[in-house]
Design a protein around this ligand. Structure first.
Ligand code: SAH
Ligand code: SF4
Ligand code: F3S
Length: 465
């Protein structure tokens, strides 16, 4: 199968965009669209493309459902909870649509790529007009036009390895930070995970395209760029440039910016990556390195391809290159059959590494994944208790880490104002949040922050003269 969308096909979509543009041009006021996003940064980046296409069609944007002529819900399927939340919110749109009969409601993204979820939408959510999977994103103009013309429901989420579509327009989030997808899909098939089924096989963008987009972002004034992929460390199988080389090349672009990346799978994180991280001030001293579990038996059952010992060795190697690196991670508690002793091994690994922060999830069975058919004698209550124990341990560790910053002077990027608007929000190279006092006009600049106080989730400080 050809996996790159041809220029011809992209031009066809551009023609649909123009057709929609003329279709809606005679309206008294510009129609409005709302794109609501669930899930990971990859989905955020996709939503920016949907907004890009909508803008070219002539839509303005609103955050009020009642006002929108087109609502798109870009969904996530990674855990049951995420999916339930989406369905609840899509269900509630029945009322919005009653009040606004011409409204078009679209549901896209990972959830609808599961045949069972698409079927649920078809059967029980008849107010939904448009359903399309992540592989169909670039065809959104064609699908919307069809719906506008024929007034029939449009469903498209075929099974596919996924295709790479370059050159789609994008409306990026405001502010100084930007996402930059460098690849799509996942080949790892961790046994609990739905992502490879809904996002297709791995495929990397050409390094030249990534570099050109990074250049554009810097020229637009973005100060923080995050390279995105489900596993950035396996970037480049189809391009001949590996991830450390790409990271280095982006970091060598002219301009003042900080470069982040996520996510890193431990099985593919290399010494070369750590060497590159250490080589440039522009590369954030932070890695998100999900370990998932501290027990070798469970890691094997998860199909993660590393052992506890290998993970610990990797962390040691990383710290030998980048001593002040912050390490964050994902962990799943209550994988089917996880015993009390095995959970204890997760606790000891967390203690041994001393993560800066952790995202802790209770295992959620996903239909179609191998783990969903494993026996699972551990009760939900017990799993919740494990989650709480691990959370308490991590809170203690996080607070100690945060306290160690007090008195230090750290270089930070000022990225906005806090909720009250009194202080700035800023991030250290290690991605630690700092609430900062300082003179006017600092958003978008790198400054030195004197850290005066620590809480478990933020540092407090002031700008140093
Ligand atoms: N590609 C990334 C992770 C994407 S999903 C990586 O491998 O690092 C983000 C996190 O969700 C995973 O790291 C995992 O901890 C969690 N997760 C994925 N599937 C899950 C499931 N079925 N139940 C609970 N947590 C899950
Ligand atoms: Fe899921 Fe594993 Fe792929 Fe991450 S690497 S997206 S956890 S299958
Ligand atoms: Fe969710 Fe899809 Fe991301 S399942 S976590 S939105 S890749």
């Amino acid at each position: 199968m050809k996996r790159i969308v041809t220029e011809e096909e992209l031009n066809r979509q551009r023609e649909y965009i123009q057709e929609i543009r003329s279709l809606i041009a005679d309206r008294y006021t510009a129609p409005l669209a709302l794109v609501d996003t669930y899930g990971c940064q990859q989905n955020e980046a996709d939503s920016e493309k949907l907004r890009g296409m909508l803008r070219e069609m002539g839509y303005g944007f609103t955050d009020k459902e009642g006002e929108a002529d087109v609502i798109l819900i870009n969904t996530c399927a990674v855990r049951e909870h995420a999916q339930q939340r989406v369905l609840g919110n899509v269900g509630a749109l029945v009322h919005t649509k009653k009040a606004h009969p011409g409204q078009i409601i679209g549901v896209c993204g990972c959830m609808v790529q599961q045949p069972s979820a698409a079927e649920t939408l078809r059967q029980s959510y008849t107010h939904v007009d448009l359903v399309f999977g992540p592989h169909e994103l670039y065809r959104f103009p064609e699908l919307l036009l069809k719906r506008l013309k024929v007034k029939k429901r449009v469903f498209l989420a075929e099974k596919s390895d996924g295709v790479l579509a370059e050159g789609l327009p994008s409306v990026r989030k405001e502010g100084v930070k930007a996402w930059l997808p460098i690849m799509q899909g996942c080949n790892n098939f961790c046994t609990y995970c739905i992502v490879p089924y809904v996002r297709g096989r791995e495929m990397s963008r050409e390094p030249e395209k990534v570099l050109a987009e990074a250049r554009e972002l810097i020229d637009e004034g973005k100060k923080e760029i995050t390279l995105l992929g489900q596993n950035v460390n396996s970037y480049g199988a189809n391009t001949g440039t590996d991830f450390p080389a790409l990271l280095k090349a982006v970091s060598e672009l002219e301009g003042e910016f900080i470069l982040r990346f996520m996510t890193s799978h431990p099985k593919d994180a290399s010494e070369e990556l750590f060497r590159v991280m250490a080589s440039s001030e522009k590369i954030a001293k932070h890695i998100h390195l999900p370990f998932q579990c501290g027990s070798n038996r469970v890691l094997r059952a998860m199909n993660r391809h590393y052992t506890r010992e290998q993970y610990l060795e990797l962390v040691r190697l990383l710290r030998s290159y980048v001593p002040d690196v912050t390490i964050t991670s994902d962990v799943i508690v209550g994988f089917p059959g996880e015993t009390e002793e095995e959970f204890e091994e997760t606790m000891t690994l967390v203690r041994e590494v001393g993560f800066d922060s952790l995202f802790i999830f209770i295992y959620s069975p996903r239909v179609g994944t191998p783990a969903a058919s494993l026996e699972d004698p551990v009760t939900h209550r017990e799993k919740v208790a494990r989650l709480q124990r691990l959370t308490a341990l991590q809170d203690e560790i996080s607070l100690k880490k945060m306290e160690s910053y007090v008195g230090q002077s750290l270089r930070v990027l000022v990225d906005g104002r806090d909720e009250g608007g009194e202080k700035y929000t800023a991030r250290t190279s290690g991605n630690v949040l700092v609430h900062l006092e300082g003179p006017e006009g600092l958003v978008g600049s790198f400054v030195t922050a004197k850290i005066e106080k620590a809480e478990s989730w933020r540092l407090l400080g002031r700008v140093e003269e």
